[in-house]
Design a protein around this ligand. Structure first.
Ligand code: AHG
Ligand code: MN
Ligand code: MN
Length: 336
């Protein structure tokens, strides 16, 4: 790429030429990117910034919060509440929706986020990230309610994540393919490094937490078992395994070189549909993956078609290289 294209320029061109994004959405995405820069800064300080370790609190899902879960959540709220582009926000780390205070103008968008994904990796200096999803507030009534957020993933108008790894990279879709922007720390801006990201349809790499194997359902066991049999098994090829335990990092690898990621329902807590959250993790990641030519299902149906019933709803997730996701889905549906 001869001339550097900043995120700002990319968004302006998306607005000007392609009509993909109205100016309010452009502003929203700029603000999210700025917040991610702030979080990246805090993450990179580690122990020097006093940001490691656990806070004395639990979130609505009963998970112990890390200091950075709370810091990242605050950074995102403070950056986004005053710009006039949002009506309300929802976060994995907040019990209920956050309305833009009355003293600020109300916009037409809803922002949802997992402020810090991969919390168990913070203290061990492994890649973590922020995941976000943008919906339009439904028309026809003043104010915002939790129901306004309960829209299927197919209604998202923007989605992405920022990974804080060896590089800080923001990955975005506004429904026109997937683009990646790496933070240039000297310039202080995100610079386009890849457009039209494409996931190969076939792969020899899977990502799943194997320690849960004894709790899996038969279709997942069958799929992984066949992968493990390698060249000698029904798949006729050897597979490799990766599990980073930060969804952002596992999805980033899949967008970069293909693969299949699974966090399926399992018998540990059978009443829960899965571990990952539909609104903050599965929907934005599924849209990115589909926009890159991959697929995402809960084993039975397309994740983006699921009608949410609750803000903090959980879901079983299988996403990545299309032919593998379709295979796992066939195993679940018994259509193989
Ligand atoms: P979070 O840190 O936002 O709670 O999300 C962690 C998620 C996800 O990023 C990752 O894929 C998964 O939890 C890892 O779970 P295990 O520790 O059970 O492998
Ligand atoms: Mn997460
Ligand atoms: Mn989180």
């Amino acid at each position: 790429m001869s001339q550097k294209i900043s995120l700002t320029r990319y968004l302006v061109e998306q607005q000007r030429h392609d009509g993909h994004i109205p100016s309010q959405l452009r502003l929203l995405l700029e603000v999210v990117a700025r917040a991610c820069k702030g979080i990246s800064q805090a993450v990179s300080k580690g122990a020097l910034g006093g940001v490691l370790g656990t806070a004395d609190s639990e979130n609505v899902q009963g998970e112990v919060q890390k200091k950075l879960d709370i810091i990242a959540n605050e950074v995102l709220i403070e950056a986004n509440e005053w710009g006039g582009h949002l009506a309300a926000m929802a976060s994995e780390e907040m019990d209920s929706i956050y309305l833009v205070p009355n003293r600020y103008p109300q916009g037409e968008y809803l922002l949802l986020f997992d402020p810090l994904d991969g919390s168990s990796n913070i203290d061990v200096n492994v890649s973590i990230g922020t995941i976000f999803s943008v919906l339009r507030k439904p028309e026809g009534h003043p104010g915002v309610t939790e129901e306004d957020f309960l829209q299927a993933g197919s209604r998202q108008v923007a989605a992405g994540y920022c990974i804080y790894g060896p590089q800080t990279t923001l990955v975005l879709t506004v429904g026109d393919g997937v683009a990646m922007f790496t933070l240039d720390r000297e310039q202080g801006s995100f610079v386009l490094v890849q457009e039209n990201v494409t996931i190969p349809a076939d792969t020899k790499e899977f990502a799943i937490n194997m320690s849960n194997m004894r709790h899996w359902d038969a279709p997942v066991r069958r799929y992984i078992d066949e992968c493990l049999q390698g060249k000698e098994g029904p798949r006729g090829k050897d597979f490799n395994m990766r599990w980073i335990a930060s969804m952002v990092a596992d999805v980033h690898r899949i967008l970069t070189r293909g693969g299949v990621f699974m966090y399926p329902w399992d018998k540990r807590e059978p009443e829960k549909a899965g571990k990952l959250r539909l609104m903050y993790e599965a929907n934005p990641m599924s849209w990115l993956v589909e926009q890159a030519g991959g697929a995402a299902t809960n084993g039975r149906e397309r994740i983006l078609d699921i009608a949410p019933e609750k803000l903090h709803q959980r879901v079983s997730v299988i996403l990545g290289s299309k032919n593998e996701v379709e295979r796992v889905t066939r195993y679940h549906l018994g259509t193989d």
